[in-house]
Structure formats: structure tokens, C-alpha cells
Design a protein around this ligand. Structure first.
Ligand SMILES: Cc1ncc(COP(=O)(O)O)c(C=O)c1O
Length: 378
């Protein structure tokens, strides 16, 4: 990293990653080799979950997750509009409809009461998202699912390392749950993901669907169901195995960086910081997203930060207000006021395990100047 530029994200890649990826490369077993099962077993052991399928992305995990849950064309699925677009898209892939409900202002996750109100006659499932790594209220969502006979697929793509108040890891409650391993995630395989299934039968189905619908013992050209190419290569699995060895350390480093930000940003008027852990729930730190004061023009803040050598990003936009969703479903401004307010004011700051205290101080000083500056820019 140059002295000047502070990027948004940066993966930790060391000698161990290089060693294991090279070893995989030299083995000439580049796909469906031994590292696939090794990575799945190591991930399952870390999360304390059985039935883990490694897949080519978090999106692939969501797609096979909703299929495994039994989604059908015409179904409605209640989900959060404050998410990365893939969670809602996974429902659309199957000809079903994502039905949004508003979010909780503190956690930014789906509000269980709003979710209950959004359940209708065609609703078959719930797709809660653990946004920014903060646990969604799964106990309440599970009660709703049980009362209304609905399935659950958890989008835990941003939540590796998060825990519910009962101590269980997010994604290990016995629901279908997806994780993503894109390069900015807590653990990366470059591109990749996993789906955690509640049973071995479902894992077998997912493993088959990721590999064009083939059964493990099947002949080369016999496919007994519709499938996809959602495989994760052995090179990616090797990277994942190395990353798992240092995952606890990387999660602790992210939490340390978040703590330093909290101290450094204290007292900036009107700036809202990520909610602290409460009630025993624990965030798995993924991004550091602040809400700017309502008076601030976010684009100008981004430009002013960039002029000081600091990357930042409006993150996340509300899904229902994206042009594709507006046009397809007729969504309009004002439908989900909490989500829209948060989406309009959110700004992701540089955040990764190796971010130094000096960089954090620099980001905080820049924000302090920009937001409270005498130039009257805002
Ligand atoms: C909440 C959420 N869901 C789904 C995904 C999709 O994961 P991937 O990019 O690995 O397909 C992401 C990744 O950014 C995400 O943040």
C-alpha cells in the first residue's frame, strides 16, 4: 500500500497461502480434487456445522440454497431491501418474487415485526440477511417461520465470525445458510462461497446441482437432474484452507481495527457509528460503515476523502430503488423509510485487518475536517 492511498479493502495473503496454492497447482488436481472435501471439512469444523458444500460464489450458495429450500415459481419470499443485490436476485432466478420489508434502525437487519406483516398468501420462505456481519434476529424469525410454515435461507455472506447470543455461530443454527468468499470478505478464496445445509441429503442434492446435476457415482454423461456449474476449484480451496488457519487471527484484527475507529471517530457531530454488540449477539466484522449526518452531501464527502487519498464508498443502496427493481416491480421512494434513510447516508470507510492506527487516525482527521470544516462545503 502506498503511503498516500488508503484502499477500502485488502486481503491478508501470506507465505502459507502461496505454499498451499502452489502445492495444489503442482499436484495437477485443479478441480474436484482432494482439496474440495478438505476445505469443506475444515470450514465445517471451524463453524461447528456439518453438511458444508463449497461453491463458486456466495450468490451460487444463495441460489442453490433457495432451491434446496423448495422454492417454486410464483412464490413470494420475504427479505431485506438493505442488502447486496444477490440476496433478492437469488429468489428471482427461480421465478419467485422477493417481497421486501423495512429494517431495524439499530441492527440494519430485517425487522421481525415488519417481516410478519409482509407475509401473505403466496409467501413460502424468509431470507434474512446478516448485514455488515451483525446477527439478524433469527430466534424471532424462526418463530415466525414455525408459526406460518415457512422455510428459511440465511444470507450470512457478510457474517463469518458473528455469533448469536446463545453462542451459536451465525450460519450454524440448522437452517440453510450461505457464506461468500470474495476478495473483501473475512476469508477469501478470490471468488467462492459455501452453503451450509441442515442434512446430508440436502448436501448431496447441492453437491450434485453444483456439478451439472451429476451424482457422485454417476457415469460421465448421465445427469439425473438440472444442474449448474457452481464448482469451486482446488486452487481456490487451497487458498481457503490456508485462510482458515489464520481466520481467528484475522477476525480479531478486524475487531481491533473497528475498536480503533470507534475511538478515533468519537465526537464527530451527527456521525452515526455501527451499532455496538448488544444482548450477547456478536458482530463478525466485515465492513466499517458509518451514517453521515443528514445535512451532508455524500458525493462531496466521497470526493473530499478521495482528494485526501482515502477511498470510501456509498454502501449499501436500497435494492427496491435500483432501476431494475423499480421497473420490474413498480417500487417507489418512501416504501421502506428506515432502509431508505440508512441507504442514503451510508458510507463505507477503509477496513481490513492490516489497516494501521496511523491510517485510521488519518481517515478520522479527514472526516472531522470535511464534516465540520470551515469551508462550508456541506
Ligand atoms: C449480503 C451479501 N449477499 C450475497 C453476496 C454475494 O456473494 P458473491 O459476491 O460471493 O456472489 C454478497 C457479496 O458481496 C453479500 O455481501
Amino acid at each position: 500500500m502506498s503511503e498516500e492511498q488508503v484502499p477500502l479493502a485488502r486481503p491478508v495473503i501470506g507465505v502459507r497461502e502461496e505454499e498451499l496454492v502452489l502445492e495444489a497447482l503442482r499436484s495437477r488436481r485443479l478441480s474436484l480434487g482432494p482439496r474440495l472435501g478438505e476445505f469443506e471439512a475444515a470450514f465445517g469444523a471451524w463453524l461447528e456445522a456439518d453438511h458444508v458444500s463449497a461453491l463458486s460464489s456466495g450468490t451460487a450458495a444463495l441460489h442453490l440454497g433457495v432451491r434446496a429450500a423448495g422454492i417454486e415459481a410464483g412464490d413470494e419470499v420475504v427479505t431485506s431491501p438493505f442488502s447486496f443485490v444477490a440476496s433478492a436476485n437469488s429468489v428471482l432466478y427461480e421465478g419467485a418474487r422477493p417481497v421486501f420489508c423495512d429494517i431495524d434502525r439499530r441492527t440494519l437487519n430485517i425487522d421481525p415485526e415488519a417481516a410478519a406483516a409482509a407475509v401473505g398468501g403466496r409467501t413460502t420462505g424468509l431470507l434474512p440477511v446478516h448485514i455488515f456481519g451483525y446477527p439478524a434476529d433469527l430466534p424471532a424469525i424462526e418463530c415466525l417461520a414455525a408459526a406460518r410454515g415457512l422455510w428459511i435461507v440465511e444470507d450470512a455472506c457478510e457474517a463469518l465470525g458473528a455469533r448469536h447470543h446463545d453462542g451459536r455461530a451465525v450460519g450454524a443454527r440448522g437452517n440453510l445458510a450461505s457464506f461468500g468468499f470474495y476478495a473483501n470478505k473475512q476469508l477469501t478464496t478470490g471468488e467462492g462461497g459455501v452453503l451450509v445445509s441442515p442434512s446430508e441429503d440436502l448436501k448431496e442434492r447441492v453437491d450434485s446441482e453444483r456439478n451439472q446435476g451429476r451424482a457422485p457415482d454417476m457415469g460421465w454423461l448421465d445427469h439425473d437432474r438440472l444442474g449448474f456449474n457452481y464448482r469451486l476449484s482446488d486452487l481456490a480451496c487451497a487458498l481457503g484452507i490456508a485462510q482458515l488457519e489464520r481466520l481467528d487471527e484475522m477476525l480479531a484484527a478486524r475487531a481491533r481495527v473497528a475498536g480503533l475507529y470507534e475511538e478515533a471517530l468519537e465526537g464527530i457531530e451527527g456521525l452515526e457509528l455501527p451499532c455496538p454488540d448488544a444482548g450477547g449477539d456478536r458482530r463478525g466484522w466485515f465492513v466499517y460503515v458509518v451514517q453521515l449526518p443528514p445535512r451532508v452531501k455524500r458525493d462531496r464527502a466521497v470526493a473530499a476523502l478521495r482528494a485526501r487519498g482515502i477511498d470510501s464508498k456509498p454502501y449499501l443502496p436500497a435494492i427496491h430503488l435500483m432501476s431494475f427493481y423499480r421497473e420490474r416491480f413498480g417500487h417507489r421512494d418512501g416504501e421502506f423509510p428506515v432502509c431508505e434513510d440508512m441507504a442514503a447516508r451510508s458510507l463505507a470507510l477503509p477496513f481490513f485487518p492490516e489497516l494501521s492506527e496511523a491510517h485510521i487516525t488519518r481517515v478520522a482527521e479527514a472526516l472531522r475536517q470535511i464534516l465540520g470544516g470551515p469551508d462550508g462545503a456541506f
